[in-house]
Design a protein around this ligand. Structure first.
Ligand SMILES: *[C@@H]1O[C@H](CO)[C@@H](O)[C@H](O)[C@H]1NC(C)=O
Ligand SMILES: *[C@@H]1O[C@H](CO)[C@@H](O)[C@H](O)[C@H]1NC(C)=O
Length: 185
């Protein structure tokens, strides 16, 4: 038997071990942050159109909770799924800048308050194709509301910040909401 043949099984074992070790390292790799540090602050200003009525709603109610005192006071338990238009001006026919895709649920027993889970998907200008994730509590009858921006994609990778919605116009259940969003990215 020559040397190569005798040591081949040993070499295979070492090779197998090496592969196993490499795979477990690949699962999780942490290195010092080399990328761009959060250094920019972007202020976005747009109008959000929550259209529930008519034959082309962009927000649809998907749950009807059992009737209780709290469901009549705050619509507690209602969930709405939405793909709402975002425009530059308050008029829905003004320039489209994106969509707000997500859902909101009525989650306060006493006053009408939504937990909002939205991706703001930008479709215009330098942020076309980028998104931010907005998640937070929205007591819609209050003048001052604030929702966290918890992340983003594209130009908004590593985003953090906050959004301030203010109701601009209400007609029945349809609303136009003015948004000021401040994003660090
Ligand atoms: C609503 O509240 C009233 C007064 O507190 C109570 O008497 C009644 O049973 C409640 N109804 C329901 C459906 O919870
Ligand atoms: C946004 O990007 C998409 C995909 O690249 C492109 O088709 C579209 O024309 C762009 N819209 C604007 C307004 O630039």
């Amino acid at each position: 038997m020559n040397m190569a043949k005798r040591f081949l099984p040993l070499f295979s074992t070492i090779l197998l071990l090496a592969v196993t070790v490499t795979e477990s390292e690949a699962y999780s790799t942490t290195t010092p942050f080399q990328g761009r540090k959060p250094e920019k602050l972007t202020h976005l200003h747009f109008y959000f159109h929550d259209v529930i009525s008519g034959d082309k709603p962009t927000s649809i109610r998907v749950t009807t909770p059992p009737v209780t005192n709290s469901s009549s006071v705050s619509s507690f338990g209602v969930i709405v799924i939405a793909d709402n238009l975002l425009t530059e001006g308050p008029d829905p026919t003004s320039r489209e800048v994106g969509r707000a895709q997500g859902m909101y649920a009525s989650t306060d027993l006493n006053i009408i308050t939504f937990t909002m889970v939205y991706n703001l998907v930008f479709t215009d200008g330098e942020f076309n194709g980028s998104t931010v994730a907005m998640y937070g509590r929205n007591p819609i009858l209050s003048k001052v509301r604030e929702l966290p921006i918890i992340g983003g994609t594209g130009a908004f990778r590593f985003a953090s910040g906050y959004a301030q919605p203010e109701t601009y116009k209400l007609s029945g259940f349809d609303a136009v909401v003015e948004y000021n969003v401040f994003i660090r990215h």
